[in-house]
Design a binder for this molecule. Sequence first.
Ligand SMILES: [Zn+2]
Length: 75
Amino acid sequence: MSKSACFVTQEATEEILSRVTHMCAECYAEIHLGDTIHYDMQNYRYLCERCQEELCEKMNDECEIIAEESDGLFG
Ligand SMILES: [Zn+2]
């Protein structure tokens, strides 16, 4: 719940599609009018639902992407 504060959930409007973007910034899937999209406030870009969910899982409470290589977990 707290992690959704990193994103603004919106419905894709004609204005967004024509003036901002018509594709997901992560997977480049096409966004259609009326789709649920998520504005990533850390990176100023729009993501589709799937990418937003994936990103959420990698984020900490500060909306930062947690690096894959954390101190020697397998070392
Ligand atoms: Zn996507």
